[in-house]
Design a protein around this ligand. Sequence first.
Ligand SMILES: [Zn+2]
Length: 347
Amino acid sequence: MKINIEDVFNKSDLLTYVQLAGGKPDKSGGRYSCACPIHGGDNETAFSVYFDKGRWKWHCFTGNCGGGDVISFVEKWQRLNFVQACEFILGEKVSDPELLYKSASERLEEAHIEEQAARERKEARLKELQVAEKHLYYHKTRGAWARDMWNQRGLDDGIQDWFFLGACDDFSYKNKDVLYHSPTLSIPFLGEENELLYLQHRLVNPINPKDKYRPDMASREIDLPPFMAVPTMGLSFKGGLVIVVEGAIKAMVAWSRLTIADVQVIGTPTQGGYKNLTELLKDKKVIVIPDPKGNTTNENILRQPIELARATGGKLLTLPDKIDDYLVNLDVTPNGFYKLLQQARKP
Ligand SMILES: [Zn+2]
């Protein structure tokens, strides 16, 4: 049987296969979204089907399923190899797989480009983590100036030890291709096994005052994890209360001012970083304490804290100040903070 790869594409319908696999794709804009039919889960935007360069493609954003064209979807879904997937689509045996491979060369080349990009992203992440293994060194060698700065932020020496807070006297970073130097305060993000997930550097003398965390944002391919005040409890721990604030420092300040044992405080990795928490915090007792948004008109940033509270059935606590400033400036006691939390309301 003579066969061309185009026949395979012409005879296939990615959207139908996605539905057969259990996906319920919803159209929004030019693409379709649903929970990923390959790895499961119920995040309804985890999986995307879209039209690109003349072909229907798919991508899974939350699992390790990857993405590709209809053939790679059938491979993953039916656990078939390439030729078998083509046979599945054509509904007949392929007797000339060599030719099939040949005409697939363009497709394979595309796959290699994607593979290369994925490898580069991974390497960038590993490189960052190798550098990040310095967090204990930064903690031990932090100078008096850093201890003072941490103290001014409301984190005393004992809390600095607890969170392994540190400092780097001379950190170099790039801004628009120019190399700058600044001391930094370092914040390790630890995982459930207390393993290092990420090391955040807060520039003390940023070239742009709005970009204090520039070195972390430079490689946007790295997904910053949320900061957990009690790493070993994890993100989805059973029991108590989960408080969500914006950023690691606020999470540490808030946590250090609570005396309730059964509480996790999570710092969103970026201002818009609430979205990924929805799934993890479903059915937990959640209180979201967003920063006051001042003059922000960015709908997305305004909406996200409210949406997280709604989606988790949680509450929202709005304050006139950022939570860390509020607690530190008013010297709020644990009891006072506890009472404040009781003022949280359903959004
Ligand atoms: Zn998936």
